[in-house]
Design a protein around this ligand. Structure first.
Ligand code: UDP
Length: 453
């Protein structure tokens, strides 16, 4: 008797992350979540900041030649040039890879069902279009920030840009509660910001938008965005909780010694300080931060990323004798296992640059924040943390030691601090219900999987 061999049909998605820490992490988390739902996932990545495939055995990897020399870093050539170069240089190899992959999959009775690309990797859409593969964009940041970027060219045309000092505290028309000083700029000139937003806000032929967002947190902005972009939305955040990914996506080595140090601290006493993977500060800000932290009386865990203090390799510019004088109350590392740190009961607050991943990681652990935003989405997020959700205190760009000390004391003080912690816990619980069966994020992920199947 003849036995019939039924081959399982492989449905493959190709994901194209932008090679920055804050963009790669949510893409890997999404890839893991989709793989856990039964799809095969290939990550097509640049050689710049290439991931180590051995850490993610559940995913497949395809390197793309980005043709960047070792000197062509975002710091050396500027973010905008870097971003344009990557998009130009990766396109042909992506096309070759996909043509081959489609053929291979067909021979194995499989199917490339779609491409999900970071909005900064827009070249992927042209390739998908040519090969008639459905494509979808993912916005890894705060959706309200995207809404703000949509308004930037209008504000420019209406004469509001460049910003006037006298206007900074005023509300931006049609963008309540943002003030002019909260508007997103990239850190380069206005022209570069506007050019970047013109590219990233353009949906092209994307069949939908995936957001690392949670419906209730952005219940005013998402409907406005939906009016603008008339395609399905998949609000699948917070991706770091949705994906159950055990391996770390850190590009730098995590120093786990801080976990033992945290174990020795009392509940809700430690201030955790980190400015993410890109922001840098000058020597003066380093010194003011150092004294503000020391004078606050709280124990603190401080991430000083090598190269993040302008003019020094690491901590050489700290005041003389600082580490000896602060003693056991201070623990400094180059890079921390941040999600574990924020989940630790000793941590009572997070001093952050308000990157979206850091913010989500903090909110999901019910930790209030001190907001020290730099650029792009961070000022918009900071405004929401402090004014809308009321779980953050703005440093208001007065970065002197007295102000820093007083903000930390408020965060850990009985009344204000406890109230913020209470609100942060409420938000954390609401997010948990969005992730459970029938919740908005869980449903969105299932809809996304169905969409591609
Ligand atoms: N991060 C980390 N260890 C650190 C500092 C940051 O693992 O010491 C991670 C953090 O958990 C987050 C990411 O780096 O996932 C930073 O992303 P975010 O969007 O907050 O900021 P960006 O680095 O893009 O400015």
């Amino acid at each position: 008797m003849e036995t019939k061999v039924v081959k399982q049909v492989q449905k493959r998605l190709v994901l194209v992350p932008f090679p920055f820490q804050g963009h790669m992490t949510p893409m890997f988390q999404l890839g893991t979540a989709l793989q856990q739902k039964g799809l095969s996932v290939t990550i097509a990545h640049t050689r710049y900041n290439a991931p180590d495939p051995s850490l993610y055995p559940h995913l497949h990897f395809q390197p793309l030649t980005d043709n960047l020399t070792s000197n062509e870093t975002p710091t050396n050539i500027g973010f905008f040039n870097f971003f344009k170069k990557i998009n130009k240089n990766c396109e042909s190899e992506m096309r070759e890879f996909l043509v081959q992959k489609i053929q291979q999959e067909q021979e194995a009775c499989g199917h490339v069902v779609g491409i999900i690309y970071d909005t900064l990797m827009y070249f992927a859409e042209a390739v998908a279009d040519d090969l008639k593969i459905p494509s979808m964009v993912i916005r890894t940041s705060f959706a309200t920030y995207v809404l703000a970027t949509l308004s930037m060219s209008r504000l420019h045309a209406e004469g509001y840009l460049p910003l006037q000092d006298s206007m900074l505290e005023e509300q931006v028309p049609e963008l309540y509660p943002l003030r002019f000083k909260d508007l997103p700029f990239t850190g380069e000139g206005i022209e570069e910001s506007l050019a970047l937003y013109a590219i990233t806000c353009n949906l092209r032929s994307s069949s939908g938008i995936i957001w690392n967002a949670i419906d209730f947190l952005e219940n005013l902005s998402l409907p406005k965005l939906q009016q603008h972009y008339k395609v399905p939305f998949f609000t699948v955040g917070p991706l770091h909780k949705i994906s159950l990914m055990s391996s770390s996506t850190s590009l730098l080595e995590e120093d786990k010694t801080c976990m033992t140090w945290l174990d020795k601290q009392a509940t809700n006493t430690v201030i955790y300080v980190s400015l993410g993977s890109l922001a840098s500060i000058n020597a003066e800000e380093l010194a003011e931060t150092a004294w503000g932290l020391a004078n606050s009386g709280q124990p603190f865990l401080w991430v000083i990323r090598p190269g993040s203090v302008i003019g020094s390799e690491w901590i050489e510019l700290l005041p003389e004798g600082y580490i000896e004088n602060t003693g056991e109350r201070c623990h400094i590392v180059k890079w921390a296992p941040q999600k574990l740190v924020l989940a630790h009961s000793a941590v009572g607050g997070f001093w952050s640059h308000c990157g979206w991943n850091s913010t989500l990681e903090s909110i999901c652990e019910g930790k209030p924040m001190i907001c020290r935003p730099f650029y792009v989405d961070q000022k918009v997020i900071s405004r929401y943390l402090s004014y809308v959700w009321k779980i953050g205190l703005e440093l208001e760009w007065r970065l002197d030691r007295k102000n820093i000390e007083s903000v930390i004391r408020r965060l850990f003080g009985d009344k204000e601090g406890d109230e913020m912690r209470g609100r942060a816990t409420e938000i954390k619980e609401k997010i948990e219900s969005c992730m459970s069966a029938g919740g908005s994020s869980s449903d969105s992920l299932n809809n996304l999987v169905e969409f591609f199947l």
